[in-house]
Ligand binder design. Structure first.
Ligand SMILES: Cc1ncc(COP(=O)(O)O)c(C=O)c1O
Length: 427
């Protein structure tokens, strides 16, 4: 079974010739809202949260990483499901508040936090700030003093050994993220000395798109080891161990779904160790995934606007492009350009009969959304969909490039449109 067929079977029940997203025919969504559009199904997000909760049980809290998809109805959904929110900017903080997240369930990571951002989150309330440098500690400590409060601060650590195997590794090498493990003791000492903030613990996040549970467990184990070492050294119990995000979803045919059962087994053991360690037993454990929770829930839906043949090669030209979905064009940090799962959404059951490139309307060859893919013979007006587009899609794209209008974003759930762009704020 090919990748699209597997995804349709798993997430888009009731689809036949026409794809149904959240039980709504995509043709109906497209004729009401037009194309190009991102359509997000909250039912799939709910499924992913339940699946992850079954693995983490009550031992490890889930904080949704808002950078993956900051759409207001998406963030609100995760908050309603009981997740905290991991933010990396003032904009994401305000989005989390708008989603009615309890400020105590927000953590703020990311390099270069500005005075204004720190002041805003401290004045309005926040669970923790995860510092990435001593400059940030100084800023937070000064602002805390001025506001007459004590900020809770964890230290983000750039570990010595990287978690091999994910895309975009962020550990084990020089990095703008976190403080080097080699210097972590000195940084924690400064946090403890500064007198204006409360030290809560550590945060480790080394890579994204990790599909091998063994690599995730290695990263988590590393975090526990560092936490244990620091706690014993300073003779202070840890209050927080944040394991980061990084859980992947399969984009390409050679990739397998993350084996959550294997992750669960390893985690049970790790959690038992943590709870048996007097320095760590009371620690709040956190994961902060983005991609895993929302990646599979989104489809980028476009219409075919032209079809051409150039020197024997067929190009299917669609009304969306890399300005909305940079990742699918292979230009968001990928070293090898591979095709996301793509299909004609109104002709799902037709067998493929030709190889084509699917390209957008921008005046650059970079605007190629799929190369040499097998499709049924496309016609103008057909709907082309890129699956696995819920995370790092629109939010990670150069929307101003070539001044095309932005796409619609439509959120659906169990046969309903949740956030109708034509109406005031919905669910
Ligand atoms: C600090 C931090 N936490 C969480 C995430 C979410 O990662 P993912 O979507 O791979 O789970 C990121 C992504 O870059 C991040 O930088």
């Amino acid at each position: 079974m090919n990748h699209v067929a597997r995804l349709v079977r798993e997430h888009f029940a009731g689809s036949a010739e026409v794809l149904k997203i959240g039980d709504l025919p995509v043709t109906a969504i497209a004729s009401r809202y037009g194309t190009p559009s991102f359509v997000y199904d909250r039912g799939i997000m709910t499924k992913r949260v339940s699946q992850l909760r079954a693995v983490l049980r009550d031992e490890i809290a889930i904080y949704y990483s808002a950078k993956a998809n900051p759409h207001r109805s998406v963030v609100a959904h995760f908050v309603r499901l009981g997740c905290g929110v991991e933010i990396a900017s003032k904009g994401e903080y305000l989005r989390a508040l708008e989603a009615r997240c309890d400020p105590r369930k927000i953590v703020f990571a990311g390099p270069g936090k500005s005075e204004a951002e720190i002041e805003l989150v401290l004045a309005k309330g926040i669970g923790e700030l995860h510092i990435e440098s001593l400059t940030e500690l100084d800023r937070i400590s000064r602002i805390s003093r001025r506001l007459g409060l004590r900020a809770s601060v964890a230290v983000r650590i750039n570990p010595t050994a990287e978690a091999q195997g994910g895309a975009m590794r962020m550990g084990g090498k020089p990095s703008q993220f976190g403080v080097d493990e080699e210097g972590a003791e000195a940084v924690v000492a400064r946090v403890l000395e500064c007198g204006d903030v409360d030290f809560t613990g550590i945060h480790l996040f080394t890579g994204t798109q990790i599909l091998d549970p063994a690599i995730l467990l290695t990263q988590y184990r590393k975090a526990v080891g560092i936490a244990r070492g620091l706690a014993a050294h300073f003779r202070r119990p840890m209050k927080t161990i944040d394991f980061g995000g990084g859980l992947g979803v399969p984009y390409f045919p050679h990739e397998q779904e993350l084996d959550v059962a294997a992750l669960s087994k390893g985690l049970d053991e790790l959690v038992r160790e943590v709870r048996a360690d007097p320095w760590l037993s009371g620690a709040r454990l956190i994961v902060e995934p983005g991609r895993f929770l929302v990646g599979e829930a989104g489809i980028y839906v476009m219409a075919v606007s032209d079809i051409k043949i150039s020197r024997g090669k067929k190009f299917v030209i669609v009304d969306g492009g890399m300005h909305h979905h940079l990742a699918a064009s292979g230009n968001l940090g990928q070293t090898i350009k591979r095709n996301y799962p793509v299909a004609l959404l109104n002709r799902l059951t037709e067998p493929p009969c030709e190889k084509v490139d699917v390209v957008g309307p921008l005046c650059t060859p970079l605007d190629t959304l799929a190369r040499d893919i097998d499709l049924p013979e496309a016609r103008i007006g057909d709907l082309v969909g890129i699956f696995q587009s819920g995370a790092y899609g629109l939010t990670a794209s150069p929307t101003q490039f070539l001044s095309h209008p932005p796409p619609n974003e439509i959120v659906v759930e169990q046969g309903r449109i949740i956030d109708d762009p034509a109406l005031p704020v919905g669910g």
